[in-house]
Design a protein around this ligand. Sequence first.
Ligand code: CP
Length: 339
Amino acid sequence: MSPKKMQSGKMQTARDGAAPAGAPITALREKDLLTIETLTVSEIDLILKTAESMKEILNRPVPKVPALLDKTVVLLFYEPSTRTRASFEMAAKALSANVTTLQAQGSSAQKGESLKDAAKTIEAIGASAIVIRHGAAGAPDLVARNVKGSVINAGDGAHAHPTQALLDLLTIRERKGSVQGLKVAIVGDIAHSRVARSNIWGLTKMGAEVTLVAPKPFLPMGIETLPVQISHHLDEVLPEVDVLYLLRIQLERGAGSWLPSLEEYVRFYGITVPRMKKAKKDVMVMHPGPINRGVEIEAAVADGPYTVILDQVQNGVATRMAALFLLLGGEKSPEGGLL
Ligand code: CP
């Protein structure tokens, strides 16, 4: 796909090269969920529709179904997580799967075991699926190539976080009805953000126009290959956007040293109550979490009426149920009787 800003200012989107929407499907093509980039529009649609069915299950008095009673899901988390790990665990349990969680600390990774050997070992013990978070981009792909079961990428380095983007799409669709035609600004430390990369693909495939808003050091290399527009001026972009997607500065990936002044960053890119007065009345403020209050978002905005941050977290369970169900439950749709 060729990039980006066309002469008219109209965006060419990833959707232009993707499968047409509306071709209903009942199964994903691959055994794994590693990136959004490789999903078709129909596959994204299937996951979102399945997640909507999962939300209905989660609202029942007994929020549990026997869909994956015979499956074992292993969560392999080599990096810290609150939201993703907890929601995958809850998702697997709501589908009646057995769940085991392993962290690098306390596992044989500390004794020098390779990721490939760890994955093969976990599969030999009986895992039907491995959900992996790792600091190295490509780690989930390595695992997927070395096991027969399904692998879900729960975040790898600065590369991808597909279930985050899917739960974000679900949240936007619920609030706005459709993603098609929406203007979305992704603001902050994009260079280090796997969430930004997955959302760029997810949003543009589903027909949104995406603008990345950041100071130069926070824009990724190779940005010219992405189907997005670029701005360094949040105050110019803000009045136009339907969705404001904020990112934290990823200090654990060394981002702190990329900025001459945090104070200056907050002044130009921090979302404050006065700055929100320039935004549309119905703008959605999103953030994958964890948030850094007083940096990318002022506390009063984080806790205010624009934000859907907790809706995103809540949708994480249903979205991850959908991913596990579709990868492990075979071709049957929720309407197909399995649930
Ligand atoms: N959004 C997200 O991935 O959060 P966690 O790091 O808490 O899982």
